[in-house]
Design a binder for this molecule. Structure first.
Ligand code: ADP
Length: 328
């Protein structure tokens, strides 16, 4: 392993916010300071890098934030960083301050940015998977997923009470544009009869068939959890079709939306964010560069960022089988 000693590090949160990002920032700052590094907070992700919105952080800068959702460093989407000229500005700002290591807490888009940035400039980057969607290859957990899925479960449980009381069909849309993990986990945990996700072709014929059978038994209670990125087009499209096919049924839609992003992180998210943040700094000190710090089988795993953005996690067929069997 090479390499120049890392002495000053920057930390930023980028892309979609996720509960637990603050816990990760706290862990990075405090671990860095423990090792005698200077730690800089960068506001609004890559935007703040480009605009030089960077400030020195102390241990007390991250006091009382472990339990807070959102991110004290704010986050943003930054089109300028997609261009080399933008990334050059970002590099110049780091260079000017002598920052020679970067921790990026974000989703796969932010990781793509890190891959690009570290390939063009001499700045080691460590990624921490901060995304409610859990759509990052090579880790069992991403920061924010557990909180989001528990928020969804809590909301669906409440909806199930009224669904049951009125014998209704409910279609609940949860977040997940490209990945169905929130739908799958929350759907299994709430006993959903159907779970529709982007990773599997949606078979509406089958859904309609099972609803017709239930209708015959005069017990048309049915919970359908659909990921927003499902190939059939989300909850509203599913409702349109079902209303046509089952005109007597009361079919309601609830789109959970941004509620899934906010709120205090669960214990699990605080724990994994703390572990990942600690190990991100260790990576920089050990010269393990341009990786993301994930957790597999409860052990830290370091996967090259380049590999992470090229691969996708796979939904287990066994889980899909469990959904079918338990709903019957
Ligand atoms: P997330 O990290 O949550 O997936 P985005 O996909 O919006 O969120 O990505 C966050 C930011 O990362 C983008 O606004 C952009 O600044 C940067 N980014 C994404 N893809 C690239 C890329 N291919 N090259 C450079 N920067 C990128």
């Amino acid at each position: 392993m090479r390499k120049k000693k890392v002495t000053k590090i920057g930390v930023l949160t980028s892309g979609g916010d996720a509960p637990g990002m603050n816990a990760a920032v706290r862990a990075v700052v405090r671990t860095g300071i423990y090792h005698g590094l200077e730690v800089y907070g960068i506001m609004r992700g890559y935007q703040g890098l480009i605009e030089d919105d960077i400030f020195k952080m102390e241990s007390r800068s991250v006091a009382n934030i472990i339990q807070r959702g959102g991110t004290i460093l704010k986050t943003a989407r930054c089109p300028e960083f997609l261009h080399k000229a933008g990334r050059k500005k970002a590099y110049d700002n780091l260079k000017k301050r002598g920052i020679n290591g970067l921790v990026i807490i974000g989703g796969d888009g932010s990781f793509r940015g890190a891959v690009q940035f570290s390939s063009e400039f001499d700045i080691p980057c460590i990624g921490l998977a901060g995304t409610i969607d859990k759509d990052i290859y090579g880790t069992d957990f991403t920061i924010g997923f557990d909180t989001a899925v528990n928020t969804a479960v809590d909301a669906i449980d409440k909806i199930r009470d009224t669904m049951d009381a009125h014998d209704r069909v409910f279609i609940i849309e949860v977040m997940g544009r490209d990945a169905g993990y929130i739908a799958l986990h929350s759907g299994i945990a709430t006993g959903a009869e159907n779970i529709l996700i982007p990773e599997r072709k949606t078979d509406m014929k089958n859904v309609i068939k099972s609803l017709r059978e239930k209708e015959k038994r005069r017990k048309l209670v049915n919970l359908i959890v659909v990921a927003e990125g499902d190939d059939f087009g989300g909850a509203d499209e599913v409702q349109k079709l079902l209303s046509k096919q089952l005109p007597k049924a009361e079919i309601r839609v609830c789109i959970l939306g941004h509620i899934q992003r906010g709120g205090a992180p669960t214990c699990m998210d605080r724990l994994i964010a703390s572990r990942m943040g600690y190990h991100a700094v260790e990576c920089l000190l050990e010269g393990r560069y341009n990786v993301f710090a994930g957790i597999l089988n409860n052990k830290m795993h370091y996967i090259p960022l380049e590999q992470a953005v090229k691969n996708k996690g796979k939904i287990s067929d066994e889980w899909m089988k469990i959904v079918k069997i338990l709903a019957s």
